[in-house]
Design a protein. Sequence first.
Length: 407
Amino acid sequence: MASALEGIKVIDVSQVAAVPVAARHLADFGADVIHVENPATGDFWRTYQAGQGRGTAGVPSDINYNWENFNRNKRSLTLDLSQEGGQKILYKMAETADVLLTNLRPFELERYHLEYATLSQMNPRLVYGSLTGFGKKGPEKNAPAYDATAYWGRSGVPYMMSTMAWASPGFRPAFGDNVAGLALALGVMLALFARERTGLGQEIDLNLVHIGIYQIAFDVAGALVTGRDYAEWRIRSREEVPNPLALPYPTKDGRTIGLVVLQPDRYWSRFCQAIERADLEHDPRFETYDARFQNRATLLHILDEVFLTRTLEEWKPRLEGIPFSPVQTLVEVVNDPQTRANDTFIPFDHPTYGRIEVVANPVKLSQTPATVRMPAPEFGQHTEEVLLEYGYSWEDIEQFKQQKIIA
């Protein structure tokens, strides 16, 4: 077997990020993924990319790299699902599909007759994955959502990443979508595995709020069992952090070193040597964890001064063996020898852009690895090809175009 999912047929009825990246994970491992796009508007993600200007979208480029990242290895089919003719085409595809993924809201699924109950009658083996913003139940089940609203704000993620003294951090596009996509891909694989045993497909139901809550389950667990809010213990300044060896520190050149020494007694001697402050090691104010806790503000200010004496590059070799991380720029990330050594990026020859690199699939299989076989599709690039595969004639295709069922 060349690919883990070779022979698996996937219909991707979605747009933007979370569900498309889930489908792309399946495509990376060999599944035949058909990305269904509205013939008039296409997938919004085609235009929400770096070249659209400044702001949250990223670095401007003539290469639509976000489209490539979320939709490589797929084929594009234009289909108007608001028309009965478009729905009938999708039904025909669903009859032999292994997986259908969608992020249509409940009222849209009902309007287009694409609910699991409908499609499973046509194909009981169908694995049906649905991801919504706020879930399929409750008063907001049909509310519009992006990861910035549902995953990010509604779940409490920025609340837990801020303090009274530090402003809440802004979101990054697809931050929660990427995690949700991995979760949905996992659900698909579990359902396919179960189908091997039972012969039957099933519905997978995820929502972005739940994924966000899952991400901060370390903290939410406390609210569940105590009924109390973290604000009662919220740290309001760096001076209040219990462990000064678990903080970011600015360096001489305006960069940042992030110390994450969660076992400070274990590393205290080595740390004092690394920063060339042997006098601190047996200082009674700092010699034990309890002493450092009692004098944390004093130690914090000492370390602030220490780290300002050298640049980031000067500090990196000195801190080797101690849990820390430089806060890297994106250019540093893509050139990091460690990420390069672990095949984090993969090059391929794009028919339009030439040789480019993309972020590799993070899941690495030794025998059936992920591959980049095709670039992300042009709008409607495979419409005729797909319809012919499903038995439609050229006369049918021309009629579909006249009816604006396809582009």
